[in-house]
Design a binder for this molecule. Structure first.
Ligand SMILES: *Cc1c(COP(=O)(O)O)cnc(C)c1O
Length: 477
């Protein structure tokens, strides 16, 4: 057959559309526009391939059966219909993974979000007086009760909280920061850049590894408005180091009438050491030590939605709330709903760890993780032939700049395949539905059970079964 014969035998767009609608897989109600467009795209692709074919062999390889074209159209439509933001299975063991949405919400928080999304609410409406209220009222009192702080303000995220504090309290003035704390987080939060945008002037003191109280004292001038301490969330300077404690900084700030802002980053509410986890500076501790303002993220160790919480002195919080930027940086109602429900769980300290997924995963018992790993390994062994799974001990990280150096002992399932090398197996898992995100260690694909939910064990085994039967298109190198 010649090229023109292939082209002539090809089904028409209309016939292809009809065939698609006759096929059951796609179901009814698929938007006609999408099916039409996808059919055109597929046929154009096939025509292009025929015209480009260099010999009989490559011509024969082109799929022209209507049935095969239908499945191509279906694939094309599915891709169009599928949302871009999708569920993934986090098998990295990194609990607060910024690229995978940081904290997942508690059931209580999810229910609050659903209600806030489905109905009108008293977001900015005072039910007692029938007049306008503030969206902060749903969080402020609760935050005060939980932390003992004088006042609270919640904005879109912690970067916004820092920006707002600087703009409202130090615009045109100087802010002193230790060189060892000039942090960059996730490539987008750079303290010096945030400072520049706020209109405050950065004054760096000390050296990268050592800063003393006298360095701060020497830098104070009539232009100084604030001392800023930033938690070095995602790194530690170790060895020959010295940073000034918050208490000493508070003394100095008091002496000169300066604002002391503590950017805690992760914002641990409780002392995790009590639960067998490494110590992380707590919100309460910062306030006790004398920080005028403390700010932190809502979706890191707090385990809530994206948000930035500032606690502290009433007059300072009020200045922030009244600043024009606070409107631009305000928190949305769905996040308020989720945050309020999350915070309410902290009222019940006996059960909070269990109820907030981030805390539950961080404190998961080694035995529980091992059991989950064994269950998954067994499923994989019984459902695949080319993939072998071995339970092993490993280390998980908290992520999100929380507990930067801490190692959480965990159980993992280590995969090797006779058909695929580690990188190919890793990317095949990423193409599964839902995608499974794993890491590679020593040429094996590692599934860390700390962040894998009970009901995801089945999904992972199922994905590996499909990968196993996938004909081994890619050879093991
Ligand atoms: C994470 C972090 C931020 C940024 O917080 P977002 O909520 O992501 O905006 C700022 N400062 C510190 C110290 C952090 O750890």
């Amino acid at each position: 057959m010649e090229k023109k014969d292939y082209l002539r035998n090809l089904t028409s767009v209309n016939d292809l559309i009809q065939a698609v609608y006759r096929s059951r897989a796609l179901g009814k109600g698929m938007p006609r526009e999408l099916v039409t467009e996808a059919s055109r795209t597929v046929l154009d692709g096939v025509r292009g391939a025929i015209l480009a074919a260099r010999d009989e062999m490559s011509l024969k390889e082109i799929k022209t059966d209507t049935e095969e074209l239908v499945s191509l159209v279906e694939k094309e439509v599915e891709e169009k219909v599928r949302t871009s933001l999708r569920r993934v299975i986090n098998a990295t063991g990194v609990v607060i993974h910024t690229n995978m949405g940081r904290s997942i919400l508690s059931r209580e928080a999810m229910q609050a979000v659903e209600a806030a999304a489905s109905y009108y609410d008293n977001l900015e409406f005072d039910l007692e007086t029938g007049s306008r209220g503030s969206r902060q009222m749903h969080l402020e009192k609760l935050l005060r009760e939980l932390t003992g702080a004088e006042a609270a303000l919640v904005v879109n995220n912690n970067a916004a909280a820092v920006l707002l504090a600087l703009a409202a309290l130090a615009r045109g003035k100087e802010v002193i920061v230790s060189r060892g704390q000039l942090i960059e987080i996730g490539g987008s939060f750079r303290l010096p850049d945030v400072m520049a945008e706020s209109g405050a002037r950065l004054v760096e003191v000390g050296s990268t590894n050592k800063t003393y109280l006298d360095d701060y004292r020497a830098a104070i001038s009539s232009e100084t408005a604030m001392l800023l301490r930033a938690h070095t969330s995602n790194y530690r300077i170790i060895g020959f180091t010295s940073e000034v404690g918050l208490k000493e900084l508070a003394g100095l700030a008091g002496e000169f009438g300066l604002v002391l802002l503590d950017d805690l980053g992760s914002g641990a509410y409780m002392d995790f050491a009590k639960y067998g986890m490494p110590a992380e500076p707590t919100i309460g501790h910062s306030l006790e030590e004398g920080a005028d303002l403390v700010c932190f993220s809502g979706d890191k160790l707090l385990g809530g939605p994206q948000s930035g919480i500032t606690l502290g002195k009433e007059d300072l919080i009020e200045k922030m709330a009244k600043h024009p930027l606070s409107r631009a940086l305000r928190i949305d109602k769905l996040s308020i709903a989720a945050l309020e429900a999350t915070l309410r769980l902290y009222l019940d300290t006996d059960n909070v760890i269990e109820k907030i997924p981030t805390l539950a995963m961080l404190s998961a018992e080694p035995e529980v993780l091992k059991k989950k790993a064994r269950a998954l390994a067994r499923r994989i062994a019984s459902e695949t032939t080319s993939i072998s799974a071995e339970v092993a001990s490993d280390i998980s990280r908290a992520g999100g700049g929380s507990f930067p150096l801490a190692e959480f002992p965990t159980s993992v399932v280590a995969l090797t395949s006779t058909k695929l090398n580690a990188a190919s197996l890793q990317s095949a898992l990423r193409e599964a539905d839902p995608p499974i995100i794993a890491r590679i260690k020593d040429d094996r694909v590692i599934l860390d059970m700390r962040t894998v939910r009970e009901d995801e064990v089945t999904l992972i085994a199922e994905a590996l079964r499909i990968i196993d039967g996938g004909g081994g298109a890619e050879e093991r190198e």
